[in-house]
Each structure stands twice: as C-alpha cells, then as structure tokens.
Design a protein around this ligand. Structure first.
Ligand SMILES: *[C@@H]1O[C@H](CO)[C@@H](O)[C@H](O)[C@H]1NC(C)=O
Ligand SMILES: *[C@@H]1O[C@H](CO)[C@@H](O)[C@H](O)[C@H]1NC(C)=O
Length: 318
C-alpha cells in the first residue's frame, strides 16, 4: 500500500515535469476501489470484495470456484483463459483483469446477486449457446468498469448474444470507461416488451464508454431509468433506442456514422442535452428524467472524444 501510493506520486511528478504543463494527479487503481460514479454509488454503494482476500487465477476451473459464493473476495485473472462457458459470480466479489489478461469464449454472469465489481476484464467471442459476455440479471449494485468487450461480425447476428446485457429488474448498475466493439447486439437493457412489471425498476448509468463497429443495441433500453453521458459512438448501424416508457437522461455524448443516434420505439423518452449527433437528429420524445439522483462530472462535449477513446477498455494499472 505504502509503496504503491509513493509510486503514484513519483509517477505523477515525472509526468508533470516531462510534460512541462500542470498535470492533474491521477490516483492509481487498486484492487480495493469502490464505485464512485452513478447509480452504483446509491443504496449503500458498491464495494464488491473490497478488503477481502485476493486470489489469482489462471484456469477456467480456478476462476469458476474463486468467484462462487457470497464471502467478500477479490479475484484477479492472469493470462489468457479459453473456454465455452459463462461463469457465475457471487455477491460481495470484485473481479479484476491483470494487464494483458483475457477471457476467450468465457463470459461472466451476475444472477440474483448484489454488490459486485468487475474491472479491467477483457472478454471476446462468447458463443450465444453459452450466454452473454457480461450478463447482469435480477441483481443490484454492480459496477462494470474498464471492460474490453468484443467478438466479430463474420457470423450471423445470433451466433453471439449480448456484450453487456442488463435485464430482469437490475438496479444500481454503473458501466464506465469500457470499450464495446466489433459485434452485432451490444447492450440489451430490459428483458422484453412483456417484462415491464419487473424491468420498470431498472436504474443504469453508462458513462465514458467507447462504442464502435456495432450493429444494434447501443443500448436498447426498456422501461427503467437510464443516465447516459460522455460516451463516444462511432460507425454503429444503430443508436440509443429508448423503448416501452423508458426515461433516459442523455448528456454530452458524441456520435459519428449513424443516421439514428437517439430514437424511440413504443413510447420511450429521452431528455437530451449537450450531445453532438454527428449531423443526424434525435427523434425521441422528451421525457421527465431531468436530474440524476447523485452528483457527477460532465466532460465538455468538445473534449469527450479525446478523453474517452484513449482511456476506455483494459487500460488500468494496479
Ligand atoms: C448470495 O446473496 C444473494 C443476494 O442476496 C442471494 O440471492 C444468494 O442466494 C446468496 N447465495 C448464497 C450461496 O448464499
Ligand atoms: C414521467 O412520465 C411517465 C410517463 O408519462 C409517468 O408515468 C411518470 O409518472 C412521470 N414521472 C414523474 C416524476 O413525473
């Protein structure tokens, strides 16, 4: 602990002198970090396994057993783990991807759990027969941060399922600093048109993410409340789809290359401010979600691209 904070200060000073302009002192990430942005900070916050024992895993079997159960724990993935499976993560758990680590064909699911953090994990090519790359269902207080999620677009749209699907009444979810790319169906929020009784409770924050080369669902958002700010969307076929009475607050995002960046299906709503739609238009009806129930920092629209694209994905140093 002492060593790493001393190192962080030295690192920042080196950057400061090398750049010859005042530099903001950036704190290094630690395994014990807790959520600081969005809905995950409410209802007692999201601490995952902060303070718990640390286990490092390098195989699918070890990963599967290390993340099981509700004891407070931190699980660090090292190297490449390949398989055809979705691993269930228990409550009060933090899953960290070490630099250069990767899950290939292996997704993570949070089902009927609470208080989970997944950070810096790279996941690719999870087959639809196994599930989503990241699937959060019927759970609360989950922080997904600095994820790298992709597959390819060489197969039909149902060969892979979602990259980041948040369904069945999930609450207190924050997705930050993540990169979603090269995929058909990126992010389904709200299970189906018939699941309103459960999904009306949904609360999701999506901030500072980079979305590119996606066909649809960037995201598709049903029924609940969503706060979507400071994202960059490049060359996706689709935009944000607000559906079935969803109330979205959409602020300071940047798009290029889609002709429907923000639109509704079956009466979804959006309050949209400060966005750069890349020459296209927002066609969603104005809703009543005007103020997020927490404090947050908006990056100026003109600075969003430079800030977000360079830092999204598996870029943390621990
Ligand atoms: C862990 O906690 C979740 C959420 O409270 C609960 O649904 C689940 O049954 C618990 N699992 C175990 C193994 O106790
Ligand atoms: C927002 O609008 C929806 C849909 O018209 C309505 O059901 C809800 O009560 C409104 N909420 C507030 C706080 O006005």
């Amino acid at each position: 602990m002492q060593f790493s904070s001393t190192f962080a200060v030295l690192f920042a000073l080196v950057v400061h002198f090398a750049a010859a302009t005042p530099t903001v002192l950036v704190k290094r990430a630690t395994y014990n970090d807790v959520a600081t942005v969005g809905y995950a900070t409410l209802n007692g916050g999201t601490t995952g396994g902060s303070g718990g024992p640390v286990t490092t895993v390098t195989t699918l079997d070890d990963l599967t057993s290390a993340v099981t159960g509700n004891s407070s724990k931190i699980v660090v993935i090292e190297g490449t783990i390949t398989g055809d499976a979705v691993v269930k993560v228990g409550s009060h758990t933090t899953v960290i991807g070490a630099a250069g680590s990767s899950l290939v064909g292996v997704g993570l699911r949070v089902l009927n759990e609470e208080n989970v953090i997944i950070r810096n994990v790279k996941i690719s090519k999870v087959l639809a027969s196994a599930g989503d790359a990241i699937g959060v269902q019927a759970s609360s207080q989950v922080w997904l941060d600095h994820l790298d999620l992709s597959s390819d677009r060489d197969h039909d749209k149902d060969y892979y399922d979602g990259l980041c699907d948040l369904t069945h009444g999930v609450t207190g979810i924050t997705v930050t600093n993540s990169k979603l790319y090269d995929h058909w169906k990126a992010s389904l929020i709200g299970h189906s048109d018939n699941n309103g009784a459960q999904d009306v409770a949904i609360t999701v924050t999506m901030a500072n993410n980079y979305w590119t080369d996606l066909n649809s669902r960037t995201p598709s958002f049903r029924f609940g409340h969503g706060h979507i700010f400071n994202n960059v969307f490049d060359d996706n076929n689709d935009g944000i789809n607000t559906r079935d009475g969803a109330q979205l607050l959409v602020e300071n995002n940047v798009w290029t290359g889609t002709d429907k960046p923000l639109y509704d299906t079956d009466d979804g709503f959006a309050v949209a401010t400060g966005n750069d739609f890349g020459g296209a238009s927002n066609t969603a009806p104005v809703g009543n979600f005007t103020t997020a129930p927490y404090a947050y920092t908006l990056i100026a629209t003109a600075d969003v691209r430079a800030s977000v694209v360079s830092s999204a994905g598996q870029t943390l140093a621990f």
